[in-house]
Design a protein around this ligand. Structure first.
Ligand SMILES: Nc1ncnc2c1ncn2[C@@H]1O[C@H](COP(=O)(O)OP(=O)(O)O)[C@@H](O)[C@H]1O
Ligand SMILES: [Mg+2]
Length: 232
């Protein structure tokens, strides 16, 4: 169970040197029920990545509360695919070494860890590339490694994905979305996904959260009421 709740959330990047403080998010009230998929859309710079950082505890709200099942989000372990995914990959490890990494802190024994990671890799276009190092992969292939790493741990209930398909071919996007949906639904995970090409996700999204230019909330709509209209 992992319900994400934001109450009157605001976020302000503090003043730094000559740069004035920067208010990014204002009065957000969101409710993403456990086991559901929420799509976040909005123009560049409106605060989508900042919103995910508040949900995974990288940032704390300057106003209001971000809770997961009533617990402050920064105290809950969640899986994140970052927009700058390359920074989070381990360059000294292979594809397999990266994908298996989140399991190394769990109790699972080594043989089982490798079997699990290989089974996942084999369901993606990374099949056959498990012994390659990060520098031997294309940008899109590295992005697939970051996605696999988020999908592998089975003790996490919230998954955050920030433009996870930005470097992928449309066929690969569809393949990965089907895999993500299967993992999310079978484990009842709560998924928040930021995407510009929203039409790929609207079919599977239970909620669509639209942010406006200034990081204000335009709308949170349930699947049935999503009309595809742009934020005013
Ligand atoms: N560390 C920072 N300090 C000050 N402003 C920032 C910082 N990081 C991002 N911003 C600004 O906050 C706004 C929201 O950024 P972001 O959440 O990355 O937008 P999005 O993901 O919607 O494109 C942008 O205007 C960006 O320039
Ligand atoms: Mg962003």
């Amino acid at each position: 169970m992992a319900t994400i709740k934001l109450n009157n959330v605001g976020f302000l990047f503090p003043k730094r040197g000559r740069q004035a403080e920067h208010r990014v998010l204002h009065d957000l009230n969101l409710y993403i029920p456990s086991g559901q998929i929420a799509l976040v859309v909005g123009p560049n710079g409106c605060g989508k990545s900042t919103l995910l950082s508040l949900m995974n505890g990288d940032l704390r709200p300057t106003k209001g509360h971000v809770n997961i099942d009533g617990i402050p989000a920064h105290k809950v372990r969640v899986a994140t695919v970052y927009q700058h995914f390359s920074d989070s990959l381990l360059n000294s490890r292979t594809v397999l070494g990266n994908v298996v990494f989140p399991l190394e802190i769990s109790e699972v024994d080594q043989k089982e860890r490798v079997q699990k990671a290989m089974a996942l890799i084999n369901k993606t276009p990374l099949r056959g590339l498990e012994n390659r190092y990060m520098y031997e992969l294309s940008g899109g292939q590295r992005q697939l490694v970051a996605i696999c790493r988020a999908l592998i741990p089975n003790d996490i209930e919230v998954m955050l994905m920030d433009e996870p398909f930005s470097q992928l071919h449309p066929d690969t996007i569809r393949q990965m979305l089907a895999l993500i949906e299967q993992v999310v639904r079978s484990r009842s995970l709560t998924l928040v996904i930021v995407m510009h090409q929203a039409d790929y996700v609207t079919r599977i999204a239970d909620h669509t959260i639209r942010l406006g230019e200034e990081g204000t909330q335009c709308e949170q709509s349930h699947r049935e009421t999503w009309d595809g209209e742009k934020c005013p």
